[in-house]
Design a protein. Structure first.
Length: 343
């Protein structure tokens, strides 16, 4: 384990501070980068995420993907958590906190707006960063790809109906270009690049030796991509963090509780199902992280750029990386709970 991986939480904390500081000192830089978007997807962030995901895709061996069908429990767990548990618990927590616990701190209209943003996060399970969390927990690359792919297909059909049900809105405008663009950028293109790379290395006759050597060289760039993404995300929201700290804290509390709650529900279900650790880890982490590009885009489309709903989705972005890194640490420290021989 290199210095980047060993002290990853320290590097992320430093990146958060650096991002906020740079965003306050030199906002024109982030304003410029913020304009580099297509279909509500920031292309600079997309590049950094691509750098993170590419090594994971190189590991995928398509000849073994058919083995996923022999062990469907992890896939079933992912689907149940993402679509039958997470959206509804997120909505319940939003109502509990902003119509109950925090009712004296925000006016009713703002509270409803925050709840709406939380719901949109809950109905948008992660596509891109899952590959990073899976890699950090030594998850099964092939299985993770299948889980993400199934998730994306379900999202096409289930996002609008579930969001509409929980929001009480009958006509949800789903930005299909954002959804399609994100899947292409974060799944399809790096997957094609990984397949091509693996094919070229196998053709050299060195097979796994050459692949492992390449992955060792790419690992530092993958971590740098993560840290650069953190800097940008916090730089974009530096002014909001400074000017609305109390609102951010109020929104962050139920989001953090939801993330840990969903994780532990899924993790203990994985233990009961006796899943392998390298399948259980990504299965649980997929359900706890969010597809923030889609959630932010829909919040802006439905409620406006400066709405409470949009702010809530942005807070989801801000808390995700630190919280997910803590969950990665939990997953790695509890690996011995799982019997590697079970399936």
């Amino acid at each position: 384990m290199g210095i980047f991986e060993r002290y990853l939480s320290v590097w992320v904390a430093a990146s958060i501070v650096f991002g906020v500081g740079l965003g306050l000192v030199y906002p024109p830089l982030f304003e410029l980068i913020a304009t580099m978007t297509y279909a509500n997807v920031n292309l600079v962030i997309a590049v950094f995420i691509w750098v993170m995901i590419y090594p994971m895709m190189v590991q995928i061996d398509f000849s073994t993907i058919r083995e996923v069908g022999k062990n469907p429990q992890g896939l079933i767990l992912t689907v149940v958590i993402n679509w039958l548990v997470k959206p509804f618990t997120m909505a319940a927590l939003g109502w509990l906190f902003f119509e109950g616990v925090f009712a004296n701190y925000v006016n009713p209209e703002t509270a409803q707006s925050y709840i709406a943003g939380m719901i949109l996060l809950g109905v948008a399970p992660c596509t891109a960063m899952v590959f990073v969390w899976s890699q950090l927990t030594k998850g099964d690359a092939n299985y993770t790809l299948v889980q993400v792919s199934v998730n994306d297909v379900i999202m096409i059909f289930a996002f609008a109906p579930i969001a509409g049900l929980l929001l009480g809105v009958s006509d949800i405008h789903v930005p299909w270009d954002t959804l399609l663009m994100s899947v292409v950028l974060y799944v399809l293109l790096p997957l094609i690049a990984g397949i091509f790379t693996r094919k070229r290395l196998n053709a050299s006759g060195q097979n796994e030796t050459a692949i492992n050597a390449l992955l060792a060289k790419l690992k530092p760039f993958s971590v740098i991509g993560l840290l650069a993404t953190v800097v940008l995300l916090f730089g974009f929201q530096a002014n909001t963090i400074i000017t609305q700290p109390m609102n951010i804290i109020l929104i962050a509390i139920p989001l953090i509780l939801q993330t840990y709650g969903i994780f532990f529900i899924a993790y203990f279900a994985a233990l009961k199902l006796k899943l392998k650790h390298n399948i259980a880890a990504p299965a649980c982490l997929i359900g706890t992280s969010n597809f923030f590009e889609l959630a932010v885009a829909v919040a802006i489309s439905l409620f406006g750029l400066h709405s409470g709903a949009a702010l809530a989705t942005v807070v989801g972005v801000l808390v995700e990386v630190p919280v997910m890194l803590s969950l990665v640490a939990i997953v790695n420290k509890t690996k011995h709970w799982f019997n590697p021989q079970t399936h």
